[in-house]
Structure formats: structure tokens, C-alpha cells
Design a binder for this molecule. Structure first.
Ligand SMILES: Cc1cc2nc3c(=O)[nH]c(=O)nc-3n(C[C@H](O)[C@H](O)[C@H](O)COP(=O)(O)O)c2cc1C
Length: 322
């Protein structure tokens, strides 16, 4: 499973950073794969309000946010961590929040379902200097709507008052312990799920469709990864189109090798489902193996792509937990 931390303080090694690290280190100890985006270092361009995402479903600003969209779509848990600046989140993380309007537009205007949203959760970590009763209200409301746009639900928060100087939070072990405890509570249920790795040749059509259907319909019980024995450089645009016909959003998915998929899972899969990768399909001792023997639709007609999509849909349906 993958936990993404979004660190909103420009003060590296400050209170937010320390609190977020406590959460992420505990998640890693439990075998989650983690990644931190330091919003201040990334320099995300603020939203221009141009309306392109609402009309076309993508953000035309070509900056580091394009990679952050990819990471957010991959995440099972997104942790938004920020100090309070004038009763709200910092400008650096607010720029990132506003740019998720592109994700909101894809789901709410273009009616495309993000396959990962079935299992994605959002957590808020926030720190402030004063003891004001309403100190975290504005940031909590921003976090709630940010997570909604990112296909997640605000599922917990830790807010720490009266920490000001960098590192002051180190003298609040109760808060750091709370962050570790929350990480355990959130991560453990994910680890209990069965891990399935779908493999085809290019990881641009069949295994991507299988992965998306399984995440969307069984994401609460299965952890899913996909890979190719010979991964293509990008997913197939015809595959994206036929999945869009079914209301499923394949944006920001990328083909990957079997090694990368295994690293992304963090632990060996319980089951490998081959889409017909033939002799090159890996077999591991103790890992269940099934072959769906589906022909490769890459380079064939759109009708053939639809046929393969529907066959995969049926097979995923038969997996149960519908
Ligand atoms: C520009 C600015 C605005 C701030 N506004 C508030 C505020 O409204 N309320 C508050 O309690 N603390 C405020 N603070 C204090 C920070 O929230 C506090 O120092 C925090 O611990 C910083 O976290 P960090 O070490 O992760 O950067 C502000 C600090 C700065 C620099």
C-alpha cells in the first residue's frame, strides 16, 4: 500500500515535518510504501481559474503538479500536513489544494470514476502557535473539500496547539505518539487485504483494465497492482477511450515492470492473474496463479478493445465481493 505525505511548511525540519515523519515512519515500519512531497520545494503554480479543467478535464499548467496528480491517484492514504498561517493552511499547500480542481472536474463534471477512490483515505495533521479555540476550523474545512476532490474521505486528524519554535513539537511526545497510533489504526486494515498482481505484456491495456475494475469494485477488500513483462511507455489511448465509455477514469496510470509493481506492493502478492503473458509470466512459490488467457487488443480495432474490456469486466465480476 502507498501513503503519500504532503508537507506544507516552508520550514523543513519544523513542527509539521516532525509530526508527518512520525506518522510516515510508523506506516513504513508496518511495510507501507511512503513518499513525501514538500510543497514549498515543489513550487506548485497557483490555479489560474482558466476553466480548462472544467471544460476538458485536465490542467494545462505544465509544472510539478502533473507528477503530484499521479502520486495522489496512486495513494491509498493522503496525509495533508500544514502549520496554521493566519487561521488557514500555508500558501504553498493551498496552491496544491486549488490545483486539485482538475481532479474534482473529472469526477463531478465529466462524471469519471477514479478507481482508487474506493479505498483512499485522507488525514489532516496541523500545528499552530496559539491556543485559539477555532484555530483549526478553516484548515479542517479546506482539508475536507480537498480530500473530496482527490477521491478520498477525511478519516482522521491530529491538531497540535501551542507549538511555535522549530522543533517545539519534540517536547510534546503525546502528540507524536498520537500520530504513530493513528498510522497503525489506518494502515493495518489495508494490510489485511489480499494482494493481486495483474500481468500482461505491455501493461497498457488488459492488466490496466483488470486493475481498474478490481480497484473500483473490490478496492475495499483487495490491494491491486498491475505490470507488464515488456511495459510500454504509456497506456493505450484506445483503452482509455473504451474505459471512459464505462465512466472509468484511467488518467495518470502508467505501465510498469514486474519489479516496479512488486516494489510498489511492498510485499509479495497473494495471487498473480495473467492476461496471457505466456512463457514470460513469472511463477513464485506460494503465490496463487491464474491465467485468464485473453488476446492482446493493442493495435486492433476499437470494437475488439471493447470486447476485451467486457470480458475482463465479467471475470472481475466473478471474483465476488461485488
Ligand atoms: C506567516 C505566519 C502566520 C502564522 N499564523 C498563525 C496563526 O494564525 N495562528 C497560530 O496559532 N499560529 C500561526 N503561526 C505560527 C505557526 O503556525 C507555528 O510557528 C508553527 O509551529 C509552524 O510550524 P512549522 O515549524 O512546521 O513551520 C504563523 C506563522 C507564520 C510564519
Amino acid at each position: 500500500m502507498f501513503v503519500l505525505g504532503l508537507q506544507g511548511s516552508p520550514r523543513k525540519g519544523g513542527n509539521t515535518d516532525i509530526l508527518l515523519s512520525a506518522f510516515l515512519e510508523e506506516a513504513e515500519r508496518l511495510s507501507a510504501v511512503t513518499h513525501t512531497v514538500n510543497a514549498a520545494a515543489e513550487g506548485v503554480t497557483p490555479c489560474l481559474g482558466c476553466g480548462t479543467c472544467e471544460k476538458k478535464g485536465y490542467c494545462p499548467i505544465d509544472d510539478t503538479m502533473q507528477e503530484i496528480y499521479f502520486l495522489m491517484r496512486r495513494a491509498d492514504i493522503i496525509v495533508m500536513a500544514t502549520p496554521i498561517y493566519f487561521y488557514g493552511p500555508t500558501a504553498q499547500i493551498k496552491a496544491l489544494i486549488d490545483r486539485t480542481q482538475a481532479l474534482w472536474a473529472r469526477s463531478s463534471i465529466h462524471k469519471l470514476a477514479d478507481p482508487g477512490s474506493r479505498r483512499r483515505k485522507g488525514i489532516l495533521l496541523a500545528v499552530g502557535a496559539t491556543k485559539g479555540k477555532k484555530l483549526f476550523e478553516g484548515t479542517t474545512a479546506s482539508a475536507r473539500y480537498f480530500f473530496h476532490a482527490a477521491g478520498a474521505k477525511l478519516s482522521g486528524s491530529i491538531t497540535v496547539r501551542q507549538v511555535d519554535k522549530a522543533g517545539a513539537i519534540n517536547s510534546r511526545p503525546d502528540s507524536l505518539d498520537e500520530a504513530r497510533k493513528l498510522a497503525v489504526e489506518l494502515v493495518l486494515p489495508y494490510l489485511a487485504g489480499k494482494k493481486i498482481l495483474f500481468i500482461c505484456k505491455g501493461n497498457s491495456c488488459r492488466s490496466q483494465m483488470a486493475g481498474a475494475f478490481t480497484r473500483l469494485y473490490h478496492g475495499d477488500v483487495f490491494e491491486v497492482e498491475t505490470a507488464g513483462t515488456n511495459p510500454e511507455s504509456k497506456i493505450d489511448p484506445i483503452m482509455e477511450e473504451v474505459m471512459r465509455e464505462k465512466g472509468i477514469d484511467m488518467a495518470w496510470l502508467r505501465p510498469k515492470s514486474i519489479e516496479d509493481a512488486l516494489a510498489s506492493l511492498g510485499r509479495p502478492p497473494d495471487m498473480i492473474i495473467s492476461m496471457g503473458c505466456g512463457d514470460q509470466c513469472p511463477h513464485y512459490q506460494g503465490v496463487e496463479f491464474e491465467d485468464w488467457r485473453l488476446p492482446d487488443p493493442a493495435g486492433k480495432s476499437i470494437d475488439f478493445m471493447r470486447e476485451i474490456r467486457d470480458s475482463i469486466f465479467e471475470k472481475v465480476h466473478e471474483m465476488g465481493h461485488w
